[in-house]
Design a protein around this ligand. Sequence first.
Ligand code: SAH
Ligand code: SF4
Length: 332
Amino acid sequence: MYFFRPALALARNPTAARQKIHYRIFQEFSFELSSIAGLGQQVKAALAHLHPPLLQHCKTETDRQSEKYLFHLPGKGNIEAVLLQHQTGRKTLCVSTQVGCGVGCVFCATGRLGLKANLCADEILLQVFHAQKILRQRGERLTNVVFMGMGEPFHNYQAVIDALQVLADDSCFSLSRRRVTVSTAGIPQRIRDFACDAPGFSLAVSVHAARDDIRNQLVPLNRRFPLQELVSALKDYWEITGGLTVMLEFTLVAGVNDSPELAQAAAALFAGLPVHVNLIPSNDTLYPPSDDPQVRAFAQVFRDHQIAVTVRHRLGDGIAAACGQLAASHKV
Ligand code: SAH
Ligand code: SF4
C-alpha cells in the first residue's frame, strides 16, 4: 500500500505543487489531492489513486490516558498503534512495524503470533497520520513517536529508515528526531547501521537480562547475538553518534529476571556508558510482573551505580494496549 511517499515524490517539482500537496495532507489531513488547483494533468492522474487505508476501530481507556487504533492492511492483516497521553502533556504514539513478529520473546503477545508481514514505510506513517489527525481536531499534537508496537523494527530496516525521514521532514510530520525512538531486541549490525543511517534519532534496546543463559530463554535471538556482541555494537554506536544516550529496557518477570544479582550484572555491564534504564513490569498473564518492592530494589542497584533509571507507567493496561499486548485480534 503506497500513498504518502508517491505523493511526496510527485510533489517534488514544481515548488508550488509541492507546497499545496503537503498542505492538503499534513495540515488538512486529506488525500483529496486531485482537486488541488494548478497541478498538471499527469500529476493529477497519478495522485487520484492514492488513498491510505482508513482507521478501522478506536478503543479509548475510560480515563482517556490511552487510545488504541486498529488498521486493516489489505493482504497483510491487522495492526495496532497506541496513543499514550502523559500528565506532563507529552503525547506519545507507539507504532507497529510488522504484522506479528518473528523474534518470539516469551512474554510478548505479538511474538506469539509469529511473523505475518512487513509493513512498508507508508503503512508505518499511516498510524502517525491518523493519530495526528485525531489530536489536531482536539487542538493538540503529537510530541513523541516510539517504534515499540508490533514487530521488530530492525527486521524491517529499510521501511523504518524511510519512515523516519518523513517523520522528521519539516514540511511533513515535523517531529523532533530526538523524540522519535526506535526499539530493538538487539541486532548488532543494524545498531551500527542505524547510527549511520538515522543520525539524531533515538535508540532503545530491549536487554531484559544481562546474563546470556537467562536472556537466551527470554529473547531467543540472544542465542545468535549474545550480550557481548550487543555491547560491542553499542560501543560502535556511541562512537559514531558521539555518545547519544540509549534507553535500555528491562521487562521484569517475577522470579525470572528481577533479582538484585541480575541488576548488579547489568549495572556492571553498562556503568559509565550513556544509558538510561527503563523498567517495565511484565503485563503478561503467563509471565507475571515483579511486585513493587522487587522493582524498587532492582532500580536502586542502578542508582547506586549512577545509572539513570525510571519505571514505566502502566498506561494502556485496561485496553490491552500496554507493551507486548498488541495482537490486533479484533475482528473487523
Ligand atoms: N521488537 C522491539 C519493539 C517492540 S516491543 C523490541 O522488542 O524492543 C517494545 C517493548 O515492549 C520491548 O522492550 C518489549 O520487551 C516490551 N514488552 C513486550 N512484551 C511485554 C510484556 N508482556 N510486558 C511488558 N513489556 C513487554
Ligand atoms: Fe518481537 Fe519485540 Fe515482542 Fe520480542 S518483544 S517478540 S522483538 S515485538
